[in-house]
Write a protein that binds this ligand. Structure first.
Ligand code: CTP
Length: 416
């Protein structure tokens, strides 16, 4: 893959040298394009030695090579790290005052920008507006990491680790590459699921204790809704079986609202029968209260503690796989797995065991914790496949993860 590594003028420029090595060691062809300011932190010699290529900064250097047009045009991936506040502003404004901004204007491949700056600069409305403009145009702007900054201060503004930027960039490039290869005449993803019926579950179930209380979970429904949206964009007709959602369902999907795991099971079993693909993105409660009071449970000062007795809910995903086996169809079933690693195993090991246990074709594994994934717009997942395809890591917005899931789903449908 031809990678352009843009380097902005910030102290984190030295970390871009490690990023460059990650790309070259993985066999990619990298052209480093630092800005003038970046060279004040890390000199040309470093970039030239690490990339094995001459390094140019301005549009009037090596004019005969038409660098300012060629680099962006030929790139399969552009990664900018660190993206300073000034560089984000110039990119958002469409400036073309150096080689890097020219390249950004020419590029039609995935573009990843990894910002690094002081917290105040990152939070400034001007920077946030520039980031919003770039994201709106499809540029993948990573959120800066939190932690110690150059001085004594700390907060969001650190450059994410080179490994993280590398993984996010490769995930983005592979998703876009596959979609483009699948249908070269269309925008990435468009038409991949044309004529397919897809049923998606999303959100978190609520298990009633009494008319006002329930046992619930932290799922916002964002990832499942994003999958429904991506499937619609890919041409599928979509039914969204929605447990409690914190986001609006997409226009164009048939909406079935449910509350509990049992209601979700009934809705899914019914709709799945005629579906080409099922995506179980909902967080389904494994247990429900054994008894449900029709009247609000009162507290009395003299009452003893009242433990809530729980009984198992059915595993909807397993039931859907069994239903598919019984019907003998080529339906593709996709599960999601929320995992945390522990001493006994890492997240992926648990994911692989779950894929086996559940019997679905694809399992989208993400690491969860109270401060990760739930309710956030970004996600980082690994897609595991029953057919032995290598695990695919995808990091990005939940929409980007959803598009990657749709691409894999389309491929699994085509292969069956
Ligand atoms: N799932 C389901 N029915 C359940 C529990 C989970 O259909 N009663 C589905 C989820 O929608 C998801 C997948 O199974 O697609 C994995 O969910 P997860 O909560 O990670 O797994 P569990 O089976 O609950 O296993 P555990 O909590 O023990 O890890």
């Amino acid at each position: 893959m031809r990678v352009v590594l843009g380097v902005g003028g910030g102290i984190a420029a030295y970390k871009a040298a490690s990023l460059l090595r990650l790309f070259t060691e993985a066999g990619h062809d990298v052209t480093a394009v630092p800005t003038e300011a970046a060279l004040r932190f890390v000199g040309k010699a470093t970039w030239e030695a690490l990339s094995g290529k001459p390094v140019r900064v301005g549009v009037f250097e090596a004019v005969e090579t038409v660098n300012h047009v060629r680099l962006g045009h030929e790139a399969d991936l552009v990664v900018v790290a660190p993206a300073t506040a000034d560089l984000l502003a110039r990119a958002a404004g469409g400036h073309a005052d150096d080689l890097l901004t020219n390249t950004l204007l020419m590029a039609r491949c995935p573009v990843v920008m990894a910002p690094a700056m002081h917290t105040e600069m990152w939070r400034h409305p001007a920077t946030q507006a520039n980031v919003a403009v770039l994201r709106d145009r499809g540029v993948h702007v990573l959120d800066p990491a939190e932690g110690r900054l150059t001085g004594k201060d700390s907060g969001p503004g650190r450059l994410p680790d080179p490994e993280e930027i590398f993984a996010a960039a490769l995930g983005l490039a592979s998703g876009a590459g596959r979609a483009a290869a699948h249908d070269a005449d269309h925008a990435p993803g468009e038409g991949l699921l044309a004529g397919r019926r897809v049923v998606v579950s999303a959100g978190g179930t609520r298990e009633a204790i009494d008319p006002v209380r329930f046992l619930g979970n932290r799922s916002s429904g964002k990832q499942g809704v994003a999958v429904a949206r991506a499937a619609l964009a890919a041409g599928a007709s979509v039914t969204l079986v929605a447990a409690h959602l914190e986001v609006a369902p997409p226009e164009g999907a048939e909406l079935v609202n449910v509350e509990s795991a049992l209601e979700l099971r009934d809705a899914m079993v019914e709709r799945a029968a005629a579906a080409d693909a099922i995506v179980m993105a909902a967080a389904v409660a494994d247990f429900r209260p054994a008894r449900h009071s029709n009247a609000k449970i009162k507290k009395r000062d003299d009452a003893p503690d009242q433990p809530i007795e729980l009984v198992r809910n059915p595993d909807v995903l397993v039931e859907l796989v069994r239903q598919r086996e019984a019907a003998g169809t080529k339906q593709v079933v996709v599960g999601f797995a929320a995992e945390t690693g522990d001493e006994a195993g890492d997240v992926l090991a648990y994911g692989r065991a779950k894929l086996e246990r559940k019997g679905c074709e694809l399992l989208v594994v993400n690491e969860v914790g109270t401060d990760r994934v739930f309710g956030l717009d970004e996600n980082s997942v690994t897609i595991l496949s029953k057919d032995g395809t290598a695990p695919e890591h995808v990091a990005g917005s939940k929409d980007e993860v959803a598009r990657a899931v749709v691409v894999r789903l389309a491929r699994a449908l085509d292969a069956r």
